[in-house]
Design a protein around this ligand. Structure first.
Ligand code: ZN
Length: 476
């Protein structure tokens, strides 16, 4: 037992270490442990098996559907079978949107069927359909400049071609058009909105995706054309003749229902055990494909990474918590529910990593941490560099589901997947298992386990971020 004097010294040392706990360097044993798991991950089977099982045996799992409930049961069963602790579901109230059927035809200046799909959350048309002239613009800004007289009784067509690049940056503009064009069009009296798909595919199918921001219902239908069909419509507009289309959609909202976030843990041990390193992916998918790249891949990556930590022979110091979120696609319902339900413990979430950008190889490591932790993050990057990962900046995004936690101060890491081909398949019928490469998937697991293991085992942390509101709204 310590004498009072020694106890005092221990206490002072403890205070000093607490004050200096942000951004301490990575001890050699933690670095070597992370490197060993990183290398083991490259030969793994588990991530692939998870993606295969979820896509082949559950398949499309849009929020609120029977398959969504099957996905929740699959996740509970899978986490339990893998040996996760504290496996449970947190109920999430979700909308239940049904795509129904869609027919879209150009009726003037000549007749031609067009391949298109409804955007998530779109209302349908009256039973008799809608037939109206088309007004084409190339951007949301141009749409916002149109007057009521120019759009009243017409169909707005936003023809923006999404840029392809590794970071997926083109999705920013395109997804805002998808979410906001119908708002501007409805305010100006338009009957429906048609957009060129937010996607880079040259195949003849359309990319769906959510069209609602903040849960406000859409007033008019929102439709996405395949890129090839947008070319057809644009060609018609360029003839200078009046172009009309006819639209018949049975999309509708069914009664709201419940889904669940599915949570499982690798429990920490010791005095940091109540601190959390959170690994996130989303369980739901759109209905058109089997949700292999979006987001079964993320589910496989985070579960396999956590399983490697579980099997490493020693419990981590912090708890590694995997959350498979509900209803991300239709409006981040699970992500918002989690942050509300766990509001008291957000300060104990020391860092978050989300996997929701497909299975492409991770090429960049960005962070959003307190300034004083940047040296620590650079050390972590040195452990990721052998995977071919470059260091990004400290402007990391963190992911859609972790956004509500990040805006409440939780630091985040971005392990950026190569998104060069991601938007060829994203939100389409082509989002299937054959698009997933096992080696690339394992490189992701290696990157995630490296970062998560280090975060879970070091003495210090990454500080806190300023609290922000992050309210999304459409430009006016
Ligand atoms: Zn996703």
């Amino acid at each position: 037992m310590a004498t009072p004097r020694i106890r005092l010294i221990v206490l002072v040392a403890g205070l000093l270490s607490a004050a200096a706990s942000v951004g301490q360097s990575i001890p050699a044993n933690v670095a070597s442990g992370a490197a060993a798991l990183r290398d083991r991950a490259l030969d793994g089977e588990l991530a692939w098996e998870i993606v295969e099982s979820l896509t082949m045996e559950v398949g499309p799992r849009p929020a609120g559907s029977a398959a969504d409930r099957a996905a929740v049961a699959w996740a509970v069963d899978t986490m339990t079978r893998l040996g996760f602790s504290n496996v449970h579901t947190d109920a999430v109230d979700v909308p239940h949107w049904d795509r129904g059927t869609l027919e879209l035809r150009m009726t003037a200046p000549y007749a031609q069927p067009l391949v298109a799909t409804s955007l998530g959350g779109s209302p349908g048309t009256p039973e008799t359909g809608i037939e109206a002239p088309v007004v084409r613009v190339e951007s949301l800004a141009a749409l916002l400049e149109l007057t009521q007289a120019e759009l009243e009784g017409r169909i707005a067509y936003v023809d923006h071609v999404m840029e392809r690049d590794r970071s997926g940056s083109g999705y920013g503009v395109s997804s805002v058009i998808r979410a906001c064009a119908h708002v501007a069009a409805a305010e100006r009296g338009a009957l429906a909105t048609v957009i060129r798909s937010a996607g880079t595919s040259r195949h003849r199918f359309a990319h769906t995706g959510g069209m609602l921001i903040g849960g406000a219902p859409a007033k008019i239908p929102g439709i996405a054309l395949s890129n090839a069909d947008a070319d057809i419509l644009t060609h018609a507009v360029n003839t200078g003749e009046q172009v009309s289309v006819r639209l018949l959609s049975t999309a509708r909202d069914l009664p709201p229902t419940q889904s669940a976030n599915v949570v499982g843990e690798v429990p920490g041990s010791g005095e940091l055990a109540d601190e959390i390193v959170i690994l996130a992916a989303h369980l739901d998918s759109w209905d058109l494909g089997t949700g292999a790249i979006d987001d079964a891949s993320g589910v496989g990556i985070v579960l396999a990474a956590a399983k490697l930590i579980m099997d490493s022979g020693e419990r981590p110091r912090r708890t590694v918590r995997v959350v498979l979120y509900a209803a991300e696609e239709i409006g981040i319902y699970g992500g918002r529910q989690y942050a509300e339900a766990h509001a008291d413990s957000i300060p104990r979430h020391v860092v978050g990593l989300e996997a929701d950008f497909g299975p492409g190889r991770v090429w960049r490591f960005s962070s959003r941490v307190a300034e004083e932790a940047l040296g620590l993050v650079d050390e972590l990057h040195a452990l990721l560099a052998p995977l071919g990962i470059e260091r990004g900046d400290n402007e990391g995004f963190g992911g859609a589901d972790l956004g509500p936690l990040q805006r409440q101060g939780m630091p985040v890491f971005d392990l950026s997947q190569d998104g060069t081909t991601y938007f060829d398949y994203h939100h389409t019928a082509d989002d299937t298992l054959d698009k997933v490469d096992r080696d690339d998937l394992n490189q992701n697991v290696a990157a995630y386990v490296t970062a998560a293991f280090v975060a879970a085992n070091i003495e210090g942390d990454f500080g806190r971020l300023p609290v922000t509101t992050g309210q999304r709204s459409c430009p006016k």
